[in-house]
Each structure stands twice: as structure tokens, then as C-alpha cells.
Design a protein around this ligand. Sequence first.
Ligand code: IMO
Ligand code: MG
Length: 416
Amino acid sequence: MKADLIVGIQWGDEGKGKMVDMLAQNYDIVCRSQGGHNAGHTIWVDGVRHALHLIPSGVLNPKAINIIGNGVVLSPESIIKEMEQFEGLEGRLFISDKAHLNLPYHALIDQAKEKLKGDKAIGTTGKGIGPAYSEKISRTGFRVGELLNPKKLASGIIDYFEQSRAIFEVLKVETPNKEELVELLTEYKNKLEPFIANTTNMIWDALDSDKKILLEGAQGTLLDIDHGTYPYVTSSSCVSAGACTGLGISPKDIGVVTGIVKAYTTRVGNGPFPSEDFTEDGQKIADIGKEVGVTTGRGRRCGWFDAIAVKHAARLNGCDQLSLMKLDVLDGFKTIKICTSYEVNGEIIKYMPSDLENVKPVYEEIAGWDSVVGCREFDKLPENAKKYINKIEELTGVRVGIVSTSPERDDTIIRG
Ligand code: IMO
Ligand code: MG
């Protein structure tokens, strides 16, 4: 059986956690294929809020197995802390031995480089994601499987510190000595060894034995290292194609692709955002939508639905359907704006250019509605909410198959 995929198609924080959690009830295996603990997936179950960073959202379904693929950069410290929230994870969580390690010095490098960039800073999460991926690509990184031999790994890391001493000195990043490192890595080994596995073979076996597999994207298409708003992006491949390399499966193994999209747009960190709203409407969206980052606690920039960006992202990912999240946040607005084209140097365009720096949004306004909170049937939505959804479908060319009307798992419309 093919693996279904959930992918963020804006700048992250689209509400992927809720969707994966909901869908995970019907899947045997949930996999993460890229990113690291820069992700923050919030899930509400029975009024209790769970924040996940590295562990796939299937962890809240006691029957699901969760896999962290080779494309992820894994912070042992972060996952160990996250694992403490759950009992009985052995046999339910597996980490690829080929995933790269994101070690404490990566975060220090990340933060030091951001500081040096001053007003050109990317606004990273400071979690060491860029440095860990840089070392992977430079072929100087270390992998999760190496944790099984902490002394050998510590020697390798110390050698690397020696070779890069000049860089660490310039960045004023302190490195641990060998004894400290062996102690730390041994602690990681003791906690993580039962979870380290050849996950590629596990996924192949699952695909071949018709298990239901869900691939959980982190971040979003507009943060993708190749297709996002470079350099204001993350360092991984967040598009659906990245799930193949990040897990070791082929494009032929991918089934239904669902693009997760908010009914409006948000972005954390710096970089262009054409439909950002600087008026009190933007602030109202932020307040009602509780738009504060799960990972860093930073306020998110808010604005209107950008149909040009979503159409572009849906094509990149091969979306079969969209899942429209947080529609309830737009309740009570008199009118709702939707970006239907861009103006660049006086010219109107209907596609996403490679550089968004000088792009101005062109809006259409749609009449608002009272409330959609808790609505679970499409036909029961207020007429104007239906019109808004139809407009999104018309502009993006993709069907809205799922609509979320509150943070709760069951407040969701599945159109079938
Ligand atoms: P989820 O999975 C939103 C953003 C950061 C920054 C840029 C680079 O919760 O949707 P990084 O630390 O990755 O080098 O930062 O990417 N960013 C996210 N924004 N949601 C995320 O993940 C993000 N992960 C990274 O704010 O602008
Ligand atoms: Mg997030």
C-alpha cells in the first residue's frame, strides 16, 4: 500500500499536528522525514495541549508506530526530554541510524552566526538546524548510529573540533573536552539505544505488507531550502519530494498528498511575506489565532490567504486536496481579504516569482460570517464561509477536502 503524506504549504505552523493526530487514528505508522526540533506541532486532546517537536504526532495514538527517518537532524537532548512525557515508547518509536546528530555545539553556532548577521539575521529557531545540515552536506557530520560507540564518536568529534578550531574561536563557541563528551554521549546512548534502527527496511516491510503509513511533514513549502524564500528558509527539503529521500522510499510509494493550509497566513522569523497585514486586522488574527510559536514563543506575523503562493505550493507538492485549518479564527470579520495576484514593478502577475522582495499583494474582498466554531458538516457552514472555501478552490485549482473549525480533534469537516 502507498504512504499518504501531509505537507505544509505555507511558512509552517499550518496546523499539521492536528491533522496528523486526527488521521493517525487510522494509520499503523507515522513518519517524520526532515527538519528537527525546530518543528512545533500542537495537538489538543480532551482539552489537554501537547507540544511535539521531534516525535511524530502518531504518538498520541497508542496503536501507531512512530518513525524518525534519516532526513531528520536529531537532537538527543531534545528528544530525551520529549520522550519523558510518554510511557511505553519502546517498540513504538524508532529512530533511523542514518539520521544526523544535532549536538549542543550546533545550536551555539546557529545562535552565534545569527548574532553576527545583525539585521540580516534569518530569525532561526536557534536550535542548530542549519549547522547540523551544513555538516551533513559538507560530509563532516555524525550520525545517530554512531552513538552506539560513544568513545569512538567522541574521538571523531574532538578531531572535528581541532580541524575547525579557528571557526569556533571566531564564533566564540566553547567546545566540551573529551571526558565531558564521552559522558554526554554515553548518556544519550543509554537512553536512545533501544530506539535506534534501520528504519528504511522497516518502512519497506510495512509498505510491502500493506500497512497504512502516514508521512508527517514539518515546516512548510515556503521555508523549503530550494523552493522557499531563500535565504529566509530552513535547511531541509520540506516539500513532498523530501519525504522520499528523508525516509528512503521511492516516489512510487507515495499515495494521497494533503496540503495543510491555514485560512489566513502566518510567518515566524524574517523574510518576505506579501500578504502580511500591519493593521489592527493582522493583530486581531494574531490574538484570536493565538499565533505564538510553539518552539520559540515568538509572536507570528499574520496576514491574509495568499492564493498565488498556495497554488504554487500545491503544484510543487502534487497536492490531491487541501486541508483548510483555523477557519474559525476568521469568525466575526466584516470582510476577509484574499490575495489573488501580485503586482511587481507595476505589472500584475498570477504566478510566484523566484524573488518575493518587491511583490505587492492584490486583494479581493469577501463578506465575512458570524461563526463556524465546532461545525462538522460542510452544508451547515454559513453561506459566506462556503463562498470563501469555494473561492480558494477556484483560485488554487485544488479541492478543499478537509476543514478545521476548532483546535479540537473532532471539530473537523471531512468532505469525503
Ligand atoms: P513547524 O513544523 C514555522 C522558521 C524559523 C526561521 C526559519 C529558519 O512547526 O511548522 P531554522 O531554525 O529552521 O533554521 O529557522 O524557519 N521555522 C519555522 N517556522 N514553523 C516551523 O515548523 C518552523 N521551523 C523553522 O522561524 O524563520
Ligand atoms: Mg510550529
